[in-house]
Design a protein around this ligand. Structure first.
Ligand SMILES: *Cc1c(COP(=O)(O)O)cnc(C)c1O
Length: 347
């Protein structure tokens, strides 16, 4: 049987036996009543890691971003973010549907923008215009190729937001990868932001769960919004236990995924007609040259040969390295992609 090397996303990871044992053994209670000791421990631990007063455990990263933006804004406000941000592209329009906000999009290489780009895009207290309220940043930036922001750039954006009287939100779904790749402490990466979201269900390998971290006052409001959005869970300590296990055992190993991504990008770049962006973390974006099929066809053909990828544009594919794809399998994926490109180009 052909292998199936699933590089579609780092969300495809399945809980290991050891993680499942930790989940099964978790002390639990009704978290809506504040009774789940494992959720409380996770919230305290992650808030401390990110240098914030408090945390609120939520089911998904999308809800973490939605809760954050909702507590920072009022209907009619405007959010500034990069054109290729997850909050703009992939969250079902939550900024509009759940927050009542409009969005102002900035350009920039690798999903990033300079602090100086904020002020010209701020709309003030003119009754004709929406009121700019939040600047949202994504680190690592998914569509930016898993790019890592320089800490100075984040600090400048935080300072500029404060100077302009705006709030700042960090979509830190992969803040763990940013931390491991850069060696910058998590609390320093989080410091410029009022609210920070993070995911346990991506490279950390937990089956579900994300968190918002912020001041105690903001988190009290986030808990109310979490209830409003239907995300207040009961014995969610079972999920929190998976996240605690992941922080202990899977956070340090993210460096291995980054190394696998570098190997894979190198292999892909030797293939005829393929050009990979040198990865900064665990995401490998690559373009299909003119002799090759379009991205959706390429994905289908590669899946038949045993490699799962996702199309990220008409001629762009994404391969993600994660804990359920070994170095040997990553190398094998590189060989399959290279062989496919050779035969597809001869076509
Ligand atoms: C995956 C992701 C999210 C949302 O997470 P879900 O748990 O899938 O809702 C948010 N932001 C970024 C950058 C992501 O990659």
């Amino acid at each position: 049987m052909a292998p199936f090397i699933d590089c579609r996303s780092d969300t495809v990871t399945r809980p290991s036996e050891a993680m499942r044992r930790a989940m099964a053994a978790a002390a639990v209670g009704d978290d809506v009543l504040g009774d789940d000791p494992t959720v409380r421990r996770l919230e305290e631990q992650v808030a401390a890691m990110l240098g914030k007063e408090a945390g609120c455990f939520v089911p998904t990263g999308t809800m973490a971003n939605a809760c954050s933006l909702r507590i920072l804004t009022r209907p009619g406000d405007e959010i500034i973010c990069h054109r290729e941000s997850h909050v703009y592209l992939y969250e079902a329009g939550g900024y509009a549907a759940l927050c009542g906000c409009s969005i102002r999009l900035l350009d920039g290489a690798r999903g990033q923008f300079a602090a100086g780009a904020i002020e010209p895009n701020v709309r003030w207290d003119d009754p004709h215009e929406p009121r700019t309220r939040v600047v949202a940043v994504e680190n690592t930036h998914n569509r930016g190729g898993g790019s890592v922001w320089a800490i100075e750039a984040l600090e400048q954006i935080g300072a500029e937001a404060r100077r302009l009287g705006l709030c700042a939100h960090l979509d830190g779904a992969r803040i763990w990868n940013a931390h491991v790749a850069s060696g910058i402490a998590l609390d320093r990466i989080a410091a410029p932001f009022d609210t920070v979201s993070c995911c346990f269900s991506k490279g950390l390998g937990a089956p579900a769960g994300s968190m918002v971290c912020a001041s105690a006052e903001l988190i009290a409001r986030a808990r109310r919004v979490r209830k409003l959005f239907g995300g207040a869970m009961r014995q969610s300590g079972i999920l929190a236990a998976a996240a605690l296990f992941a922080l202990e055992h899977h956070l340090p190993r993210l460096a291995e995924d980054h190394e696998k991504a570098r190997r894979l990008a190198k292999a892909i770049s030797y293939a005829p007609g393929l050009q990979a962006v040198p990865p900064e973390t665990n995401l490998v974006y690559f373009d299909l040259g003119p002799g090759l099929p379009a991205a959706d066809v390429a994905c289908r053909q590669l899946r038949e040969r045993g490699v799962g990828l996702l199309p990220e544009g008409p001629r762009t594919l994404r391969a993600v390295c994660h804990l359920d794809v070994s170095t040997a399998e990553t190398d094998q994926a590189g060989e399959i992609i290279t062989a496919w490109a050779g035969s597809a180009a001869r076509g």
